[in-house]
Design a protein around this ligand. Structure first.
Ligand code: MF3
Ligand code: CO
Ligand code: CO
Length: 279
């Protein structure tokens, strides 16, 4: 079978990718903005001494106040409303009673369902002063996602996104996690297509206006290999080196894409300049 036939076969196996209309985009805008606002809310709370289960409680209450459902809660048995992934945890960290410490870096991942639509987004946070290598990893990961988003346009394939992310991360002497990927979403939490954060332009399905998916690269300072802890969720780097992740939900448009999950407060990346209300 030629390479082309093989990729067509893969595409058939992947099945049809839903193309969504303006009502879906409106719904995704609302869900995405609420999820991003939830991440904004946490900024002043992420400090040494706070527990990740306290952060989880804050998001659960925020969701209830806004008639939203935290999608992770009870999803395939996940026990909490958000994922909190500290230092060498790659993703799917379960909030718990351990307090954050000065120098920690963490990803907080929020997915809220609003009127049936899923807004899925995550950012890095820092606890006090962090190491320069941790700072560099966060910068590389943020820029990798930015480049992935810039590669989204009709006629490109999902592989253009992966290539943009991988080429940049590896040029910066970091590695791309292979075991988890971005995903289609909408009324479903995890749908077709898979968005790999590595690969070659031309791999995977062709992007078309109306597709909805996340891009959520996990980038490591050390090797790319991960393992899942006995809790069945927490994914960690095998070499215990630091890992970072940012995630946005996007919709493909004629011109490129719309990002639904930009921070309303402008808290795009750390260090966050916390806006204290003046009295
Ligand atoms: N929000 C995660 C994602 O980006 C998924 C979390 S599923 C959970 O896809 F069950 F771990 F919460
Ligand atoms: Co996601
Ligand atoms: Co997520």
């Amino acid at each position: 079978m030629s390479n082309l036939d093989y990729s067509r076969t893969l595409q058939q196996r992947e099945g049809k990718i839903t193309l969504h209309g303006p009502e879906a985009f409106a719904g995704m805008r609302k869900a995405g903005q609420l999820a991003a606002a939830a991440l904004d809310l946490l900024v002043p709370f992420v400090k040494a001494g706070v527990t990740t289960e306290r952060l989880d409680d804050l998001i659960f209450d925020f969701a209830m106040d806004h008639k939203a459902i935290p999608a992770p809660l009870n999803y395939r048995g996940f026990p909490r409303s958000i994922c909190t992934s500290v230092n060498h945890v790659v993703c799917h960290g379960i909030p718990g009673p351990k307090p954050l410490r000065e120098g920690d870096i963490l990803n907080i991942d929020v997915t809220l369902i609003v009127d049936g639509w899923h807004g899925d987004t995550s950012r890095m946070y820092t606890v006090g002063a962090i190491s320069r290598r941790a700072e560099r990893l966060i910068d590389v990961t943020y820029e990798a996602l930015r480049r992935g988003i810039a590669a989204v346009k009709p006629g490109h394939t999902t592989g253009h996104i992966g290539q943009a992310i991988q080429a940049f991360a590896e040029r910066e002497r970091c590695s791309v996690v292979r075991d988890f990927c971005g995903h289609g979403l909408g009324r479903l939490f995890h749908d077709r297509p898979n968005i790999l954060h590595y690969g070659e332009a031309g791999d995977g399905p062709v992007l078309e206006p109306g597709m909805l998916f996340t891009i959520e690269p996990m980038i490591n300072l050390g090797k790319s290999t991960v393992k899942v802890l006995p809790d069945g969720w927490t994914a960690v780097t095998r070499d215990r080196e630091l890992s970072a992740q940012f995630e946005h939900t996007v919709g493909v448009t004629e011109a490129g894409c719309e990002v639904f999950t930009f921070s309303p407060a402008g808290y795009h990346r750390p260090p966050f300049d916390v806006k204290v209300p003046s009295t």
